[in-house]
Design a protein around this ligand. Sequence first.
Ligand code: ATP
Length: 625
Amino acid sequence: MTSSTSVREKPAHPGEPDLPEAPAPAGDPFDKDDLPAPPGATRTLLLSLLAPLRGRVVLATVLLLVQQAVVQAGPLLVAYAIDRGVPAVRAGDHGPLIAVGIGYLLCAALSGGLQYAFIVASARVNQDVLLDLRGRIFRHAQALSVDFHERYTSGRLISRSTTDVESLRELLSEGLQELITVLLSFLYISVMLLWLDLGLGAVAVASFVPLYLLVRLYQRRAGALFRDRSTAIAAVIVKFAETMNGIRPVRAFRRERANDAEFAVLNSRHERTNGSAMLEMARYVIGSRLVANIAVAGIVLWGAYRVADGGLALGVLAAAVLYLRRLYDPIDRLGMFLNSYQSAAASLEKIAGLLAQTPTVPEPPAAVTRPLPALESAHPGREVRFDGVRFAYRTGGEVLPRFDLTLPAGQTVAVVGSTGAGKSTLAKLLARFYDPTEGSVLLDGVDLRELSGAELRRGVVMVTQEAFLFSGTVAENIAIGRPDATREDIEHAAKAIGAHDFIMSLPDGYDTDVRKRGGRISAGQRQLVAFARALLADPAVLILDEATSSLDIPGERAVQRAMHTVLRGRTAVVIAHRLSTVEIADRVLVMEHGRVVEDGAPAELVAGSGSFADLHRAWRDSVVS
Ligand SMILES: Nc1ncnc2c1ncn2[C@@H]1O[C@H](COP(=O)(O)OP(=O)(O)OP(=O)(O)O)[C@@H](O)[C@H]1O
């Protein structure tokens, strides 16, 4: 067997790159961590998340408005107590001071009650928004075409639905309430100060100008830093997920040290971006405190002179100072709220970019779907036709230059050819993981693009090399082929495939959890489960990307027997890596550079002088030796 033949050892584990990627054209958005969100998409996303909760958002806002108004009554009561209550007590009248005390208590109780109601209302809004967003990301990512998933790593998807959703949670549950509270108190306090004393109020309001400029500067500089930070943490997650997914080749090729070094670079990049963001925040905090302290000092000094002159009541100055403390105290925290706002905005933009992706292989609208014609024979097979198909991946040159091929119903076709010849591409077009760039793939004369999702899944099923098992029991894994299958149907399929005996020898038989201890299933057994699943699904066309990982002889025989059973009667396309498979095929296609270069019955091709005859000899020698 020569190394250039189709009998290539493919990586058998999900997550490993199984093909050399064609270089992406310059400026490919998939090279970057975040896909660009169309203008306004972030706002539209936020509004669409909040729209169903409109009532609760309004209720929470009203509660906060009233609560803040009640809270700001405190200093006014203090001013009243000093300027009216104290002179009244001196005159023997305790009424005004008692009224102030009761008023203060009432305000505290009311403000506490309102705050409680606000927290309950806003927590519900937050939970619903996050629930909705996580669901949308999952549903959307799952609905996107294979093309998308081959380019956007699972690590990036994990980062979108964890770190990015988490930063929105932080904003909603902590930052936003504080931010609104601060802005509201700015408004209320300015009005109060201006009403108490125009001069003092004007100085306080004038201090907003440098504060505003500081905030703007901070926002501009921190915005870029937060985007960098979020990209850096995503890179850390991607590296982590990729390494753990590919742990077997990592061990096999002793990649640990190189990986450690790469991870350390990404990790320290994240730390650096984090450090820069913190430094920027420290600059903002110090700057804003300086402005606040200068303003307070100025107001106290000027106010004290005016009290001494008799131009200002002492109570008014006391209330003004209390208001100023309330005004400037949360300014440090304003930086933090802006932090969470900035990082949530950066995250939301990335999520909006992901949600803006549309499937490249869309399901047809119900109005244009066509049903498959009724089957004429007892066998499930249907005719497959590639009609003038041309195909190029988005990131590479043409893989299939005009391709015409007809597979009669019920025929088993083995596809062989050198690596990169286009065998998997042919299979992916037939499974409609991709649509042809030109021409069409037809099933019993119906274009795959006109079949509804359900009809397509009944029509064509692809069993991939890794024979992926989902978490759950063996029975559940087989039933994926037909969710309404009874236990009897499942066992029937497993028996037909020859998987029943090994399943019964597992600790809990069909109820063994495949991911738990004792439920470990060998590569050959995984393939048997995948065949049982396909048999239960009973598709018209079965595509089999034959696993290349070698099994022991009894295991190999069991898989071959199972394959016989599952292929019977259907139209089957097998990307063949084994001699025994080629021999059971009705027809062999030899592919080179996206074209069929030999086509015939196995015996016919073996007897000929083409490349398949050479390939066959090499196989035979490798089996004999
Ligand atoms: N997702 C992809 N994006 C870009 N190019 C791709 C993609 N998948 C495959 N290709 C390219 O298309 C060509 C055909 O690949 P294909 O996987 O169909 O070959 P193959 O015959 O199945 O090879 P093998 O036996 O190695 O699996 C190769 O040049 C490959 O680099």
